[in-house]
Design a protein around this ligand. Structure first.
Ligand code: TYM
Length: 328
């Protein structure tokens, strides 16, 4: 049997090239090697307050972006987390085997909770819900960016703890990072990862940004005090720009050196802009076509839900049986 892939994106903020290079681009490659489920994780989004109207629109926008980026709905399942009750159900069952100390150690929890006046308990449970997403489908492979590695380790810890308490139940998922682009940094602050929620108009390049805006943002990207590209002494800003070029173009290390060593930063930025625009323009075009037909998009999400709901039901049933809670 083919291994199953599961991965997800939160419907918050604007998807950026970090999300594309860290996750979506990799998904379009792995989808033909595995049975794949790609999920819009709206229950994760509400761990911090979201305007209901904006959230509703964002879910459809992300679904359209999945398809526009190359997820093939004839082959892969695209679905919304809240449309399958098993995510929330399994999350509770797993919460009961997860020590609070494991959750308090999560770096994303520490970073996100520091920004909140009142910390919702959902924010702390966030990684358990993520474990539930993955274990619900017995996924063996999870393609994500580097910032999710710790959550994946926790998922394995939770699965292991459950299996040792109640007997073999869950498949151990492995993390699949892209070889380049696993951690795209902010253009303005190249020591911080590019993030959907970071302030600053020059921080991230959105997948839907028009070419002129991409050019403007890149022209302002932080470099360093060298006059041109020097692979031995370059700072994180230049390294990030080169990484973005390399990840979009799937270029080898040797070819990168041959092309960019000694190049002036103005020309480097021009090359990076052209590379990004040439990849994003067709995605943006497909996005416009897909969003022009909302009924089509809804039909994909409904079909996705129907395809995976029986898998979810059977895992929840098995988990309940293992734990001894009531199953009718
Ligand atoms: P989210 O929505 O923050 O990000 C979606 C995906 O994009 C990757 N990513 C990046 N990759 C490279 N460079 C960056 N700067 C960058 N920023 C984000 C993320 O690693 C992720 O793969 N918790 C998850 C969503 C989730 C999930 C799951 C993922 C929920 N359940 C189950 C996998 C499996 C998240 O917040 O992703």
């Amino acid at each position: 049997m083919k291994k199953r892939v599961f991965s997800g994106v939160q419907p918050t903020g604007n998807l950026h090239i970090g999300n594309y290079l860290g996750a979506l681009k990799n998904w379009t490659k792995v989808q033909y090697d595995y049975e794949s489920i790609f999920c819009i994780v709206d229950l994760h989004a509400i761990t911090v307050y979201q305007s209901p109207e904006e959230l509703k629109a964002k879910i459809l926008e992300i679904a359209a972006l999945f398809l526009a980026a190359g997820i093939d709905p004839a082959h892969s399942t695209v679905m919304v987390q809240s449309s399958v009750a098993g995510h929330a159900e399994l999350s509770w069952l797993l919460t009961c085997v997860t020590p609070v100390g494991w959750l308090e150690r999560m770096t994303q929890y520490k970073a996100k909770s520091a920004l909140q006046e009142t910390i919702g308990s959902g924010l702390m449970q966030y990684p358990v819900l993520m474990a539930a997403d993955i274990l619900l489908y017995q996924a063996g492979v999870v393609p994500v960016g580097d910032d999710q590695s710790q959550h994946l380790e926790l998922t394995r810890d939770i699965a292991q703890r459950f299996n040792s308490l109640y007997g073999e139940t869950f498949v151990m998922p492995e993390t699949k990072l892209p070889t380049v682009g696993a951690r795209v940094m902010g253009l303005d602050e190249p020591d911080k990862k590019m993030s959907k929620s970071a302030p600053g108009s020059n921080h991230a390049i959105g997948i839907l940004d028009p070419p002129e805006l991409i050019k403007k943002k890149l022209s302002r990207a932080t470099t360093d005090s060298n006059p041109h590209v020097d692979f031995d002494t370059m700072g994180p800003g230049v390294q990030n720009l080169l990484g973005i070029y390399q990840a979009f173009g799937s270029v080898s290390e040797d070819d990168m050196k041959a092309k960019f060593a000694g190049m002036r930063y103005g020309d480097l930025k021009k090359n990076v802009t052209e590379m990004i625009v040439s990849h994003l323009e067709p995605i943006q075009q497909r996005y416009r076509e897909i969003t022009a037909d909302p009924a089509y998009l809804l039909s994909i999400l409904t079909a996705g839900r129907d395809r995976v709901a029986p898998i979810a039901e059977s895992t929840v049933r098995l988990t309940k049986q293992r734990m001894g809670v009531f199953t009718s």
